[in-house]
Write a protein that binds this ligand. Structure first.
Ligand SMILES: [Zn+2]
Length: 369
């Protein structure tokens, strides 16, 4: 993520700050200074001290979010997940996990670890405040009280049973004991969306609730489609989706005008580009039509072709999608032991996802009837 900068490394995980975080930092400090207890410090009379404590509370709030994410990460790492980074942004944090374990019990434990940590921090802070009293150290006492309440709210908020909240994952894990992972995700996403709509209706006068409802709605939809793609492509290899019919190839030295003739008479809009050393790329009518007509006589196929990144036919289809994303292309050349086998197109993979998805919802309706 380019819009974030790395801060530190904890447990080997890079912790990054998103730019939105830096923008809200002063806003949060200002809000803390206006609010009464237990969340704010309006009762501290000294203005400089009030803003110093408010700034400290803001930093501690985001430290709390970081500890919440680290708690998720620690349990996930125990189950073999790799954490690429933790990004802190305006509404909290996200631990970027490479592969989230799909075993329901493991997912539930990873999801629960965050709120559990927040509850624990909140509990310790509130107990501290109770026991020590802080009569003559009011600012410090208020800071501990505030951090305590914030952590309890953080824990409770994350237990809302909707994606992208931890509660949504816990709910899915519970449903996954009865249904397949895909169906459990769809049901959990549905609960999340219903929750978001109810929240927006209740919060019609409260902008914060509407913003949160919006985030939940988008989160539920994103989780649903990401899971759908993963589940649909589960176990599917590149060789199962690739096109292996013989493709006509043209040499890279072929002039564009001749290529256009070939396309016209051959009624083909795409050709493989190959020479003696093998496949060089792919050239389509779209590549040619980007070139102004008057320049076409001066150019050759190699000037306009799109290079084809390679992928092995035994690679997972989901990795083909990731490769396409990485190279910003929708086409890959498929190889097996150094031999060209065919091409794989993004549209073919996505069509497959659609088919599986349609089949899965058909099955679900059949279950319910
Ligand atoms: Zn969490």
């Amino acid at each position: 993520m380019k819009s974030s900068l790395q801060l530190v490394r904890v447990m080997g995980i890079p912790v990054k700050l998103h730019v939105t975080f830096l923008m809200v930092l002063p806003l949060f400090a200002w809000l803390f200074a206006q609010q009464p207890r237990p969340f704010g410090f309006a009762e501290i009379n000294d203005v400089a001290l009030r803003y110093a404590v408010s700034t400290a509370a803001t930093i501690l709030l985001f430290t709390s979010v970081l500890l919440h994410e680290l708690s998720h990460s620690a349990v996930a790492m125990k189950y073999g997940a790799k954490i690429n980074s933790i990004v802190l942004f305006i509404f909290g944090g996200i631990a970027m996990m490479e592969e989230i374990p799909k075993e329901p019990r493991e997912e539930a434990r990873i999801a629960f670890a965050g709120p559990a940590a927040s509850f624990a921090i909140g509990g310790v802070c509130l107990a501290f405040y109770r026991i020590l009293g802080f009569g003559s150290y009011l600012p410090l006492g208020l800071l501990i009280l505030s951090v305590g309440y914030l952590n309890v709210v953080l824990a409770a908020f994350n237990l809302i049973p909707a994606f992208p909240m931890d509660g949504g994952r816990i709910l899915r894990a519970m449903l996954a004991r009865k249904y397949s992972f895909l169906v459990a995700t769809k049901k959990a996403a549905l609960v999340g969306k219903a929750f978001a709509i109810a929240m927006a209706l209740v919060g019609i006068l409260n902008p914060w609730l509407i913003i949160i409802a919006f985030i939940i709605y988008v989160g539920a939809s994103e989780e649903e489609s990401a899971t759908l793609i993963h589940a649909a492509l589960d176990g599917l290899k590149v060789k199962h989706v690739m096109r292996s019919e013989a493709l006509e190839a043209v040499p890279p030295e072929l002039p564009l005008t001749e290529l256009l003739d070939l396309m016209f008479w051959g009624r083909r809009l795409g050709y493989l580009v190959a020479d003696d050393s093998g496949v060089r790329g792919f050239v389509s009518f779209a590549d040619v039509s980007k070139v102004p007509v008057e320049r076409r006589p001066h150019l050759r196929v190699r000037d306009v072709m799109t290079p084809l990144p390679r992928i092995s036919e035994d690679e997972d289809a989901i990795n083909a999608l990731k490769e396409m994303l990485k190279h910003n292309t929708s086409l890959l050349a498929v190889f097996a032991d150094g031999t060209f086998k065919g091409i794989i197109h993004k549209a073919d993979i996505l069509r497959f996802v659609e088919l599986v998805s349609a089949a899965a919802s058909g099955r679900r309706h059949a279950d319910e009837v």
